[in-house]
Design a binder for this molecule. Structure first.
Ligand code: NAP
Length: 932
């Protein structure tokens, strides 16, 4: 859609599209039917044949049915056996970048549905501005909640918010009374509420005359680049995509990053803050090109074809399948797009307002979609959009109900071009939602911003269970565990959640994985701690699944068990010398400097030489390199474990080699983290110039990923900056990026038996393996790097527990959208779910767990509703307490953790640090049980 000070379009793809196709197919079949009844002989002949051979016919029919059924069963089981952890959604990928016109047969001639000017004329189109002076509305005054006499109910307790105001029925009624000046509550941007947009973004948008816009909130759809525009439109039209922070994180996790100029391809990305509504469906009502569509036509050409040439103020799409709001209401209920109760309230009001049942108004279809192109933002078109949005806020979020109602009721818009569905289809390539969309929340849950009163299916589930508890146990208290708990508490009023963890301390990777010099990432702890203190949630540390409790015991006690215990082991290289002293996994090193009680006595040798090698070029590799190279004065004021700080202060490591088996274009780093390490003071960056030369395949990779390109540029820039600088004095700190080398074996020291003295690396070249991917292949040429320590940063790995299906190669629990399935027979394990790295493998940042938890909780909700999960009596917490007591397990509850926390913070004050971590089991357990 376009939106601008002048023109705006909203193009959505109807849920009815598929139905429509079916109807058309049926009609065609009817037409093809042979129907020559030229002789009376023919029926008699067929009757004779039938009487003679009916037994054979029945037999053939039976065989046919049998074959059909068996094929169906085979197909179904093949589908089930397909890798359960992959969530395929390729159905619409073929639509991408299609430019072929949508056509229709009119009067026996096939014609284009959207009649654009020829390309050469499009190039000369200019924006046609013509003020609509005929409008009876001359001025629109926007009211906000604060103007209303009734008290303002703020976002979170109602669907009304500051800028829609607490509109009464009388105010609603008045808003439809047209006069020269209309005062109205409006659901779009307003100084008192609505999206917070950066000034520079506002300024940018104000400089545009035509804006094609799209939006994705809550981590939803992918961003599709517009195509098919003329050169003139490329220059005159702005493309703006609105994202929220969750989408930003989701896209970054998939390597879709905003360039420094603020763009991704043609789209200028505007990240909005303070989403005005808890219900994402309301936030997404920005007039836009639907995010599951790719805009594929010349924007100026579209304005010309649908508005300028017809001299219309609005162009609106007819509804694809039905003709009346009342029929649509029935369909909405049938398709579970809104609850019957919600729809009833809305439709009763429309009946009361005397909305006719007619299928046509003034010769035009009575039912339209909210696919609208607005010629210019005048008081009357703005009034129209405001009133429609107010209906969406008041009733269901179904545009198809409110839009035609407002269109009928507000009789000020005369020159309207109602265009057929086929024209709307021509504007976009419909892409469908990616798998991530399914995991996306309909609600903004981040801000802890209360509850929406919209009666969604999920809310109904809540009501069903409010009288009976749903006992849930979450294993693992890291981000995945806490996000799951948070979302479950919000989705199910009856949920009673116990989070158990093998450590006495909560927060998993946030405490023991996030680097100490990244305190901002640890802020998530505030949210997690609020969850832990929720009246329906409890934390029990020092309880280990597998040894203290078995999985079957947990499943007996709880209706729902969610495993979110992450990845506590490492991928191995499987090469000689891997068990030599001085070869550690990056995880071990990270746990050491973060004071994890299992690794506080690791004692890495940082003094025998000046060189360390890190294998792998991901963000974990960067973390450990940074800790090794950053001046310790900068680490001293972080929460780094004191034993690690002391060892680093004594460290003689000055050179760190970061070794990747592929090239600079493929390094698994992110720009922010790379910039951070490149910015360390007095650190010299070494990159071989030959490693920076790129092949056509590399160019292709960079073309399809701005993130890759950015990394490459940063590395090239760093290499150029160091060019000509001397190899330096011996104390100088150096970070060497070594590309195209894979580890062949670890070398054993002659002087110190059993200890590593270097790594033997094989040179590699890249080979394309299709779909733009290149893999490293050994060349048979080798070289050594001598060092006293090697950190393998090639990825984490999860570990199974008894009775849990496990995919050993992938190191994950096989699952379908978080539902655990048995590996071999692909059967869902009732009430057993998984979330986080254990579910999807060791990739992604903390925020990635947000939508991972969203998906798992979505599956749980659905299973409660449809599969009977949650039925029957379970003992929950009470049973857990008894079992732990019987087994003499000394659990640490949240108040125990609070004692640890208080002690650590107190000790931190003495050392000028945010906290001084307790790093042994004994100290942690003692602090937890100390008298307060
Ligand atoms: P990663 O991003 O998957 O990187 C693993 C690295 O190891 C890659 O360079 C990979 O190379 C290499 N590798 C894997 N197997 C190898 C083998 N057999 N031989 C040689 N090299 C091998 O994993 P990670 O660094 O452990 O990070 C895990 C996740 O946490 C990532 O999503 C990361 O972004 C996230 N994280 C984020 C932050 C942050 O945002 N600050 C910090 C830490 C971690 P290939 O590409 O060739 O496979």
């Amino acid at each position: 859609m376009f939106s601008s000070t002048n023109n705006s379009v909203s193009i959505s793809v109807s849920d009815e599209e598929s139905n429509e196709n079916r109807i058309r197919a049926r009609t065609r079949r009817k037409r093809k039917k042979p129907g020559h009844r030229t002789t009376f002989e023919l029926p008699r002949y067929f009757l004779r044949i039938f009487l003679r051979y009916w037994i054979v016919l029945v037999f053939l029919l039976a065989v046919g049915l049998l074959l059909f059924e068996s094929t169906r069963i085979i197909t179904k089981s093949a589908k089930l056996k397909r890798s359960p952890d992959s969530i395929p959604n390729k159905k619409n990928e073929g639509n991408l970048n299609r430019l072929d016109p949508t056509t229709k047969v009119i009067g026996g001639v096939r014609q284009r549905c959207l009649k654009l000017l020829p390309p050469e004329e499009l190039e000369h189109l200019d924006i046609l501005e013509r003020k609509d002076s005929s409008s009876p509305v001359k001025k629109l005054v926007y009211l906000t909640g604060t103007d209303s006499s009734s008290p303002v109910r703020v976002n979170g307790t109602t669907r009304f918010n500051l800028f829609t105001g607490n509109q009464t029925f009388t105010e609603r009624e008045n808003s439809f009374q047209v006069s020269e000046t209309v005062s109205v509550h409006c659901g779009f941007f307003n100084e008192n509420g609505g999206f917070r947009i950066k000034d520079e973004d506002k300024k940018f948008m104000q400089s545009c005359r035509v804006v094609v816009s799209t939006c994705a909130f809550g981590g939803g759809d992918n961003l599709y680049q517009p195509i098919g525009m003329s050169k003139a439109s490329t220059q005159k039209v702005c493309y703006v995509a609105f994202w929220d922070d969750v989408t930003l994180a989701a896209q970054e996790a998939e390597d879709q990053r905003i360039g420094e100029n603020g763009y991704i391809g043609k789209w200028r990305i505007v990240v909005v803050k303070d989403l005005p509504f808890v219900d994402q469906r309301l936030n997404g009502k920005i007039p836009k090109v639907d995010s599951k569509s790719q805009f594929r036509r010349d924007p100026l050409g579209v304005l010309d074809a649908l508005l300028w040439r017809t001299n219309s103020v609005l162009a609106i799409s007819e509804h694809g399948a039905r003709s009346s709001v009342y029929d649509e209401a029935k369909a909405v209920v049938k398709k579970h797009k809104a609850t019957p109760e919600e729809v009833e309230v809305q439709i009763n009001q429309y009946r009361h307002d005397k909305l006719p049942e007619d299928k046509r108004f003034n010769g035009k279809k009575a039912l339209c979609e909210a696919s609208v192109i607005v010629r210019e933002h005048t008081p009357s078109t703005n009034l129209f959009m405001c009133l429609w949005f107010n209906e969406v806020v008041r009733y269901t979020s179904r545009d198809q109900l409110s839009f035609p109602y407002v269109f009928w009721r507000l009789k000020v818009l005369k020159k309207v071009n109602m265009f057929p569905v086929c024209t709307r289809k021509d504007l976009v390539n419909s892409m469908g939602h990616p798998p991530r969309y399914e995991r996306r929340s309909k609600f903004v849950t981040e801000s802890g911003g209360g509850k929406s009163k919209s009666l969604t299916a999920r809310r109904l589930v809540t009501r069903c269970f409010s009288s009976r508890p749903l006992h849930v146990c979450i294993v693992g208290s890291g981000p995945a565990g806490f996000y799951t708990a948070d979302k479950l508490l919000k989705a199910h009023e009856g949920a009673r959640i116990d989070i158990i963890d093998r450590l006495p301390t909560p927060y998993g990777l946030v405490r023991s994985g996030v680097a100490p010099d990244h305190p901002e990432t640890k802020i998530a702890i505030n949210q997690f701690s609020r969850v832990a203190q929720h009246e329906r949630c409890a934390f029990y540390g020092n309880v280990k699944l597998g040894s203290d409790l078995s999985l079957s015991e947990l499943r007996d006690l709880y209706h729902v068990v969610v495993l979110a215990y992450g990845a506590e082991s490492d991928k191995n290289l499987g090469i000689p010398g891997e068990s030599l002293g001085g070869v550690f996994s990056a995880r071990e090193f990270v746990w050491w400097y973060n004071g994890h009680p299992d690794y506080s006595s690791l004692k890495p040798d940082l003094q025998s030489s000046d060189t360390a090698v890190i294998l792998g070029q991901g963000n974990v590799a960067l973390d450990v390199a940074r800790i090794l190279l950053r001046p310790t004065t900068e680490l001293a004021s972080t929460d780094i474990a004191t034993h690690a700080l002391s060892a680093l202060e004594e460290s003689s490591i000055r050179k760190v080699y970061l070794v990747g088996r592929r090239g600079p274009v493929q390094a698994a780093l992110t720009a922010k983290e790379l910039r951070e390490i490149l910015g360390i003071k007095n650190l010299h960056i070494r990159i071989k110039e030959t490693d920076l030369s790129v092949t056509p395949a590399d160019e292709e990779e960079m073309k399809s990923s701005r993130a890759r390109k950015r990394i490459y540029e940063l590395l090239s820039k760093a290499a150029a900056a160091e060019k000509g600088t001397s190899e330096g004095d011996c104390g100088q700190r150096e970070l060497h990026f070594v590309f195209f080398r894979q580890p062949e074996r670890f070398l054993e020291s002659d002087e110190s038996k059993g200890h590593v003295s270097g790594v033997n690396l094989e040179k590699t070249i890249l080979e394309s393996v299709g779909s733009g991917k290149q893999i490293a292949v050994g060349t048979g040429e080798f070289e050594d790097i001598n060092c006293s320590m090697v950190l393998k940063a090639i990825g984490y790995k999860s570990v199974p527990v008894n009775g849990l299906p496990f995919h050993h190669k992938k190191g994950i629990v096989p699952n379908v959208r978080g539902r655990v399935v048995s590996g071999d027979i692909s059967e869902t394990e009732p009430g057993l779910y998984v979330c986080g790295w254990l579910k999807r493998g060791p990739v992604g940042i903390i925020a990635t767990n947000l939508y991972c938890a969203e998906e798992t909780v979505g599956s749980i909700s659905q299973d409660i509703e449809e599969e009977g999960v949650g039925k029957g009596e379970k003992e929950g917490s009470k049973g857990l307490m008894q079992l732990l007591e019987k087994k003499e397990v000394k659990k640490i509850d949240f108040s125990g953790w609070e004692k640890i926390d208080a002690k650590e913070k107190q000790m931190g004050i003495d050392r000028n640090k945010p906290r001084e971590k307790l790093v042994t089991w004994e100290d942690l357990l003692a602090a937890a049980s100390a008298d307060s």
